[in-house]
Design a protein around this ligand. Structure first.
Ligand code: ADP
Ligand code: ADP
Length: 229
């Protein structure tokens, strides 16, 4: 079973003054359990691609299936497979860490007792349990990023999608994040991340697609790619 199947995906952003062909027909498959990188420069179409996979952005044409669920005909089932970690911190800075993750569980209809069990598990895993009563705004940058991950895990998705997970994060914290993501993947969750940073893909990923100007250049395993550089 593939975790993700994208076929001939196109996206055109249209506004009064300009038209941007952000995706010009991309196709790719990600196997269950993979650690997959979508690597490309700014403006390549990475955020657009994951926005469409997560049903936050409308596509122009093409098909996307998440664990076999089509994002057009089975949108709720497709969404429930995905935990999304966007680039911007979009939680309520005035709520506590515990409230923030419990709200997410509530949003997905996870029952209260189960939600508390998961909150403890994922806050411990992201090293935030001691901070559970701190407010969002009191957290350091690295802690905020880990909170975004803990929150994305609360409905126990099969795929974790991270948009530039270590953007603006210093090298110490970046290494900690890498180890943590490797551990998560080893536990069986499929991970897809976007990055413009080859070293990050090289450290973490088994398979990679290189996207530029809305097109996939190479889609290969990391070892073969490194052999061509
Ligand atoms: P990346 O994540 O690789 O930096 P994006 O998917 O954000 O790339 O952007 C791809 C292209 O689409 C860029 O040219 C960008 O300017 C354009 N774009 C992205 N979002 C919008 C939008 N909401 N409206 C118009 N153009 C957009
Ligand atoms: P800072 O206050 O400099 O932003 P953090 O609070 O983000 O630092 O990080 C505190 C410690 O947690 C660091 O030693 C870092 O290596 C470690 N760490 C960073 N990311 C993770 C993670 N995802 N899981 C577990 N530990 C992490």
């Amino acid at each position: 079973m593939n975790a993700l199947e994208i076929t001939d995906l196109k996206k055109t952003y249209q506004s009064k003054s300009r038209t941007v062909e952000a995706l010009k027909g991309i196709s790719l498959n990600v196997a269950q359990g993979d650690f997959f990188a979508l690597l490309g420069p700014n403006g390549a179409g990475k955020s657009t691609t994951i926005g469409i996979i997560s049903s936050l952005v409308n596509k122009t044409s093409g098909t996307v299936k998440v664990f076999g669920y089509d994002i057009d005909s089975d949108v709720e089932a497709a969404k429930s497979q995905i935990g999304l970690v966007p680039q911007e911190f979009n939680f309520n800075m005035f709520e506590t860490v515990l409230q923030i993750v419990l709200n997410q569980a509530g949003y997905y209809g996870v029952e209260r007792t189960e939600a508390l069990i998961r909150a403890e598990k994922y806050l411990k895993q992201t090293d935030l349990w001691e901070k559970r009563n701190a407010r969002g705004r009191e957290l350091s940058g690295g802690m905020k990023r880990r909170l975004m991950i803990a929150r994305a895990l609360m409905h126990e998705p099969k795929i974790l999608i991270l948009d530039e997970p270590t953007a603006g994060v210093d090298i110490e914290i970046r290494r900690g994040m890498w180890e943590f993501l490797k551990d998560l993947n080893a536990q069986g969750i499929t991970i897809i991340l976007t990055t413009h940073y080859l070293e990050e893909a090289e450290m973490l990923c088994r398979n990679i697609a290189i996207i530029d100007n809305g097109k996939i250049g190479q889609n290969t395993n990391m070892k073969s790619l490194l052999a061509t550089l």
